[in-house]
Design a binder for this molecule. Structure first.
Ligand SMILES: *Cc1c(COP(=O)(O)O)cnc(C)c1O
Length: 490
C-alpha cells in the first residue's frame, strides 16, 4: 500500500510513497503528514482468525494487511522486541477493576510508559531500513519525559542512527531524567536545556529549520528523520493493542465476539486514540472512542464544540505532563479521513496563521459519530487514584486516572469499557503518593519507597536500579548552546 499526504501534493514531492519512505522522511507537501491510502479490514472475520493468537502473530497480520514494503523477517525481528516486556506471552495484560471496566496496561516495557509499545519495534525497523540503504540518520527529540527514554532505548547501539534528546532541565521527574542521562551508547546524546518544555521544543524547531545546521548535516552526510508520533511508523503499532484488548475481553468471556465496547484513551498528541480510530474504522466493534484529557482541554473543546483554539490559551502544567499539549499533531489525520486533503490544508493553515479553526455543524456531527470527550483537573485525578486504590487495591498513574471520569460519566449503554493505562505509577510516584495522603513527600526516591512499603506494589528493577547508575550525560546548556553541543556530538 502507498502513503499519501494530508494536505495534498505540491507538485514537487512524490504524490505517494512507500511505507519505508514515509517513515524515513515523514515530512510532506505543505507541512502535512503521511496517511495510508486506505484502512484494512479489522472486522469480525479478522478478529475470529486471531481469537487465540499471540500478540506478535496478531501484530504481524496487522502490519502485513497494510502491505508495507518491509520483509517478513525484519517485521518478525522487530516484534521480538516485545519479548523483553514483563510477560513475553502477553505484553499487554488486561486487568478487571470493575464488573464492566478493564484496564489495558500498555506500560510493561523497558521504560514503563506506553511509548515502548510503538517505539520499540518501530525503532528496529527504521534502523534496519537505514542500514539497508547505507544512509545515516539523525533523530532529534524534545521530550517532556516519556518519549525521550523510549527513543533512546530503542535506538541505542543501532548502526546508521544517531539520536539526540533535549529535555527541560528541572522539568521532568527524577525517574524520567535518570532514564535518559544514564543511557550509555556511542550513538546517543542527551542535553538538558535551561527553560521549560516549550522553550526546549521551540529551540529544537529553530535548529532543525536553520539552513546553517542543515548544511552542517549535509557535510557530514547525515539525513534528518523523526521518531515522534507524526511518523506513521509509530501509529501502525498503535492499532494492534486495541484489537488485542478487545480479543482479551472475548477470551476472558467478558463479551461475545461482535459486542460493542467503549474505549477510553488518555490523549495528548492524539496518536494512541488515532490507532483506536483506525481500528474502529477497520471494523473493530467500538461504540464510542472516549477521549480523556487534563485541563489543557483543547481536544475536549474540539470534540464538544468543533472549536480548536490555541490563540486564547496558555499551556498549564499539570500532574499528567504527557498530556500538557496544545498543538496535537495527529488530529490532522482524522480531519483528513473525514473531510479530505483540501479542507485539512485549509484548517491547518488557519491554525498556523490565526491559532484557531472552527468546524462546521455538519463536520462536527461527523466527528461526534466516533468521538466523545471529557477532562479532569489534578484534584479529580488524585481523587480517582485514591478511590480505585481504596476500592480495588489498584494503583494507576495520573494519566490513566483522567480516564475514570469518562468511564463513570460517559458510558450510558450497558457495555464493557476498556481504559488504556499509559504509564506505570512508578514514573509519577510523587503524585500517586500525594493522592494516597502523603503530600509532604517531594522526591521520587521517597515516594517509591513509601508506596513499596505501604502497599503490595513492587518497584521493577529498571526503575529501582536507576538511582545507582552512573550519569553519562551531564550536559546542561542554555537554548543558544544547543547547536554547538550537537556539532560536537555529530
Ligand atoms: C504520550 C503519552 C500520552 C499521550 O498519548 P498521545 O498518543 O500523544 O495522545 C498519555 N500518557 C502518557 C503517560 C504518555 O506518555
Amino acid at each position: 500500500m502507498q502513503f499519501i499526504e494530508t494536505r495534498g501534493n505540491d507538485g514537487v514531492k512524490a504524490k505517494e510513497v512507500s511505507f519505508s519512505e514515509a517513515i524515513l522522511s515523514p515530512i510532506t507537501s505543505f507541512g502535512g503528514i503521511y496517511v495510508p491510502q486506505s484502512i484494512p479490514k479489522f472486522d469480525i472475520a479478522f478478529l475470529e482468525k486471531h481469537k487465540n493468537s499471540h500478540y506478535k502473530t496478531l501484530a504481524l497480520d496487522v502490519l502485513q494487511s497494510f502491505e508495507i514494503d518491509i520483509d517478513e523477517a525484519t517485521i518478525k525481528e522487530a516484534l521480538n522486541r516485545y519479548d523483553d516486556f514483563d510477560d513475553p506471552s502477553n505484553p499487554v495484560p488486561l486487568t478487571k477493576i470493575e464488573e464492566d471496566c478493564f484496564v489495558s496496561e500498555l506500560y510493561h516495557g523497558q521504560t514503563r510508559a506506553f511509548k515502548d509499545m510503538a517505539l520499540q519495534p518501530f525503532g528496529y525497523i527504521l534502523a534496519k531500513e537505514a542500514q539497508k540503504r547505507g544512509e545515516n540518520y539523525l533523530i532529534m527529540a524534545a521530550t517532556s519525559g516519556d518519549t525521550g527514554p523510549a527513543t533512546l532505548e530503542t535506538f541505542k547501539n543501532q548502526k546508521n542512527i544517531q539520536v539526540a534528546c533535549l529535555y527541560p532541565y528541572g522539568g521532568t521527574s527524577d525517574v524520567q531524567r535518570l532514564q535518559m542521562v544514564t543511557e550509555e551508547a556511542e550513538n546517543l546524546k542527551v542535553i538538558g536545556v535551561h527553560g521549560n518544555f516549550d522553550d526546549t521544543q521551540n529551540s529544537l524547531k529553530e535548529l532543525l529549520a536553520s539552513e546553517d545546521f542543515k548544511a552542517e548535516l549535509e557535510d557530514r552526510n547525515i539525513k534528518l528523520s523523526a521518531a515522534n508520533s507524526v511518523n506513521f511508523g509509530r501509529i501502525i503499532f498503535q492499532i494492534i493493542y486495541h484489537l488485542h484488548s478487545y480479543l482479551e475481553l472475548v477470551r476472558q468471556n467478558e463479551i461475545t465476539m461482535g459486542e460493542n465496547v467503549y474505549l477510553v484513551v488518555p490523549s495528548g498528541n492524539f496518536g494512541n486514540i488515532l490507532g483506536a480510530y483506525y481500528a474502529k474504522k477497520g471494523g473493530l466493534p467500538v461504540e464510542k472512542l472516549l477521549l480523556a484529557s487534563n485541563v489543557n482541554n483543547i481536544l475536549t473543546d474540539l470534540i464538544d464544540k468543533g472549536e480548536y483554539d490555541m490563540s486564547s490559551r496558555e499551556l498549564i502544567q499539570t500532574e499528567s505532563p504527557a498530556m500538557d499539549i496544545l498543538k496535537s499533531s495527529n488530529v490532522e489525520r482524522v480531519l483528513f479521513d473525514k473531510f479530505g486533503a483540501e479542507r485539512t490544508k485549509e484548517l491547518m493553515e488557519l491554525l498556523n496563521t490565526t491559532g484557531k479553526y472552527t468546524l462546521t455543524a455538519d463536520e462536527l456531527v461527523l466527528i461526534q459519530e466516533d468521538f466523545e470527550a471529557t477532562y479532569s483537573d489534578d484534584d479529580e485525578c488524585e481523587a480517582y487514584i485514591a478511590k480505585y486504590y481504596a476500592k480495588q487495591g489498584y494503583i494507576m498513574d495520573p494519566h490513566t486516572a483522567t480516564c475514570m471520569k469518562s468511564y463513570e460519566q460517559s458510558t450510558p449503554k450497558n457495555l464493557k469499557t476498556i481504559v488504556y493505562s499509559t504509564a506505570e505509577w512508578t514514573k509519577f510516584s510523587t503524585t500517586v503518593a500525594k493522592a494516597l495522603g502523603q503530600s509532604e513527600i517531594s522526591t521520587d526516591t521517597e515516594a517509591l519507597e513509601w508506596i513499596k512499603n505501604n502497599t503490595s506494589e513492587v518497584v521493577p528493577p529498571m526503575i529501582d536500579g536507576l538511582f545507582s547508575k552512573e550519569i553519562k550525560h551531564a550536559t546542561i546548556v542554555h537554548t543558544d548552546g544547543i547547536k554547538d553541543e550537537m556539532l560536537k556530538f555529530l
